[in-house]
Design a protein around this ligand. Structure first.
Ligand code: RAM
Length: 339
């Protein structure tokens, strides 16, 4: 049954590609390159560089198919909402076909994204959404919020205990992804570990210095009440590990979070981190790029068993869910054995 749906999808995608190639259906023909900009929360992080790499892979696959894409990656070098808005404003003036964003702030970006849509630009979020689904065409969510929350909290329960006190180290207080994970962690704790509790939530703004200082605050003001730090940004996790290491508390405070395995290697080696959780950021960037291409070229697959699909090239087909959210996949747990 699944196989036959897959074959139907494959056939439909090739028809869809063929029609674009042969008849120039939709907004752009194969001969006309389309222009796509990718704006991460910030450029200076291996996590977002991995998203960029994924987008570049998709660009070269599409080029091979005769569907040329001009691709540009730009954004603030460190987390900064105002600069992110300025970047998007300047991109709108260049009239690209599509814009990919990861929002530092789920509210602040809404007007500029609506402006982009009004200018005829297809808008696709990845990694971190905005609070208003009508401000973008699609959002690619890396992992189901509840699945990610469960993964992190189960690790705390296994390593510290079902009654652990937790300090959360987050990003911008208005970041949609971090806030959704926090809400999902609270709900899962209440349901599965009623004695577990969140002692404090600190917001390091996805910036190294403030994240390190927040980790120090947790160590100095909340340990031993908090015996676990859950650092849910790729900037904060290595900073938390560094702060615990510097305080001589490796092995006493359990530090877990989200970051590229490469970023965490030295902390595994130093014995301060035992697990690192992340999805595949390369695939996230690829799927976002494919989604934008599909929208611009009119290659979305509509109404198979009542659903709409995007074609993600080698990644396969992905259904568009409620609020135009597409789910990428599952989180991985990295350990000293596989980093
Ligand atoms: C940071 C960003 C991003 C988040 C990753 C894990 O780099 O906040 O939104 O998904 O960490």
């Amino acid at each position: 049954m699944r196989k036959s749906i897959f074959i139907t999808l494959l056939v439909l995608l090739s028809i869809s590609i063929a029609s674009v190639v042969a008849f120039g259906e939709g907004a752009a023909t194969s001969a006309t390159p389309i222009t796509i900009y990718m704006v991460p929360k910030f450029t200076g992080a291996p996590y977002f560089t991995a998203c960029e790499q994924g987008a570049l892979q998709a660009v070269s696959e599409l080029n091979e198919l005769g569907l040329p894409v001009k691709f540009y990656y730009m954004g603030p070098s460190t987390a900064n909402t105002e600069d992110e808005i300025k970047t998007i404003t300047s991109i709108i003036a260049l009239h690209p076909n599509a814009l990919l964003y990861s929002a530092n702030d789920s509210q602040a970006l809404i007007p500029v994204l609506k402006q982009a849509m009004a200018a005829g630009i297809k808008v696709v979020g990845f990694d971190a959404d905005v609070a208003d689904p009508s401000a973008r065409d699609l959002f690619i969510n890396q992992v189901d919020f509840n699945v990610l929350a469960r993964t992190l909290i189960d690790l705390v329960a296994q390593n510290v205990g079902p009654d652990a006190g937790i300090a959360i180290l987050s990003a911008d207080p208005n970041a949609a992804n971090q806030n959704a994970w926090i809400a999902a962690m609270k709900a899962y704790m209440a349901q599965s570990y009623p004695k577990m509790n969140i002692v404090t939530i600190q917001y390091g703004g996805d910036l190294p210095g403030p994240s390190y200082q927040d980790a120090q605050t947790i160590i100095n003001a909340y340990y031993p009440k908090a015996k676990a730090i859950v650092a849910i940004t790729s900037v904060a996790f290595p900073m938390a590990a560094q702060a615990v290491l510097d305080a001589g508390l490796a092995g006493k405070i359990y530090v877990v979070g989200l970051a590229t395995p490469n970023d965490m290697k030295k902390y595994f080696q130093a014995g301060v981190v035992k697990q690192d959780v992340l999805w595949n950021p390369v695939h996230l960037g690829s799927l976002a790029l494919y989604a934008a291409n599909d929208l611009v070229r009119g290659m979305m697959i509509n109404n198979i068993n009542g659903k709409e699909y995007i074609g993600g090239g080698k990644l396969g087909f992905y259904a568009v869910g409620p609020n135009n959210v597409v789910l990428l996949g599952k989180p991985f747990i990295f350990t000293a054995q596989n980093v």
